[in-house]
Design a protein around this ligand. Structure first.
Ligand code: IMP
Length: 423
């Protein structure tokens, strides 16, 4: 398979979990490189549904090494729960198939509390975060006051560093009217989680380079999506990591020239959860999809905002990530639509954009320019080959791939592994 980076080409929730699971069959190592437990990757194996937040979904297959890279922020309590949850349902997790970077940063309760308090302070301008403490944890990393996994697993260092951080954060929390944290309680909980996680901790950079020397194929599992990237997304309505392909290098220590291919995952329409601009947002398609019981967040359960396919955004995603191949998911979500719209440009006053403007305010004011496609109005979920799809669905897939400027590689027509068509 060669070294492959998989990224979301929209605003997250593109169905990456399923595509990663399908591609993992051909990989030896799966690496998560950014984000934290704000992500929710849903994988269906037969009737069983797994939602993974931190552990790479490669864990559901035998003999795959799963790595949490240095670019991830790890909530240790959440991670222990996730490992225990997987074990309970018979998934093997051991130091042989799961490794955690010693330099990944740790999310503490003060990060979560600050995340929540900042949202309250922002009022109507809130980001709509997952409240998992992601922004404050990456903030501490950049400010060089964060604790890393190697601090977490060393009780003496943890005690020393955590006490300073709790002192400082309690001053801030009190000034915001929030309850201060008890160092004793947090230390006890996090020390216990640190000792649980210790056997999994390693220098993942060296480990990945050793694996490459042995010709291992690595799949880099992106979280969130291109337009939630801290640099390339709709700032400030973004997450706090580099979710785009470049993040796979910095978040793992594997250099750019060792990356062979980028796969972009996008839905056949557009969704977003949380606040911020979404040019093609549309009530009709939102109601339709929610009515079908689709498009509710895997991590927070929030209803996702839905809209028509936005090729200006996905073409921009191809540019930023260098997407070679496309996996288009949720085609079946459009099975009943009579006329399907696709955004091909944005209009802002007298100006027309064929790229995504950097200013979130301008983007919010943009009017989509649409072209229309006739719907196929036939169920697609039983198709197993490209030729099984209705001609109008094939034409739609080809058109949105072409507009996105990348090659159509996979069409997904349902959550199951077998509902995956390689084109
Ligand atoms: P945070 O990552 O929790 O700080 O949230 C920042 C923004 O990213 C919010 O709009 C969230 O809804 C969004 N977000 C974070 N993680 C995901 C995800 O996995 N899927 C979709 N949106 C996400």
């Amino acid at each position: 398979m060669a070294n492959t980076i998989l990224v979301g080409a929209q605003w997250g929730d593109e169905g990456k979990g399923k595509i990663i699971d399908v591609l993992t069959e051909q990989a030896d190592v799966v690496v998560r490189y950014a984000g934290g437990n704000n992500a929710g990757h849903t994988v269906f194996l037969g009737p069983k549904k797994y939602v993974l937040h931190l552990v790479p979904s490669g864990i559901l297959r035998k003999n795959k090494l799963c790595v949490i890279g240095n670019g991830v922020v790890v909530d240790p309590i959440g991670l222990v729960e996730e490992i225990e949850g997987l074990k309970k349902i018979g998934v093997k997790v051991s130091a042989k198939n799961f490794v955690l970077s010693e330099t990944a940063h740790v999310v503490f309760p003060y990060h979560r509390e600050l995340d929540a308090q900042r949202e309250v302070l922002k009022g109507k301008n809130k980001i709509g975060t997952t409240k998992r403490g992601i922004g404050p944890a990456y903030g501490d990393k950049a400010a060089r006051v964060g604790l890393r996994v190697n601090d977490l697993v060393d009780p003496i260092r943890l005690e020393e560093k955590l006490s300073v951080r709790i002192k400082e954060n309690n001053i801030v929390l009190k000034s915001l009217g929030a309850k201060p944290l008890s160092f004793k309680k947090v230390f006890a909980e996090y020390n216990q989680a640190g000792q649980y996680l210790k056997p999994f901790v390693a220098n993942t950079v060296v480990l990945l380079h050793n694996a490459m020397r042995e010709q291992a194929d690595i799949l880099f599992e992106g979280a969130q999506g291109t337009f939630l990237d801290i640099d390339h997304g709709t700032y400030p309505f973004v997450t706090s990591s580099n979710t785009t392909a470049g993040g796979a290098c910095t978040g793992s220590g594997v250099p750019p020239h060792r990356m062979d291919r980028v796969v972009g995952v996008m839905k056949a329409y557009t969704t977003r959860v949380g606040e911020g601009p979404l040019p093609t947002e549309n009530a009709e398609i939102s109601d339709l999809l929610h009515g079908m019981g689709r498009e509710f967040g895997a991590t927070t359960g929030r209803a996702r905002r839905c809209g028509w396919f936005d090729s200006v955004a996905t073409r921009h995603a191809t540019m930023v990530n260098g997407i070679d191949d496309l996996a288009i998911t949720n085609l079946d979500g459009l099975d009943t639509v009579e006329t399907i719209k696709v955004c091909v440009a944005y209009r802002h006053g007298k100006k027309q954009y064929d790229f995504v403007p950097n200013d979130a305010q301008v983007l919010a004011e943009c009017e989509p320019v649409y072209v229309e496609f006739e719907g196929w109005r036939t169920p697609t979920d039983k198709a197993r080959k490209f030729a099984d799809l209705p001609p109008k669905a094939r034409a739609y897939l080809k058109a949105i791939a072409e507009l996105t400027n990348a090659k159509l590689f996979i069409a997904s027509i349902g959550p199951a592994r077998e509902q995956t068509i390689f084109v």
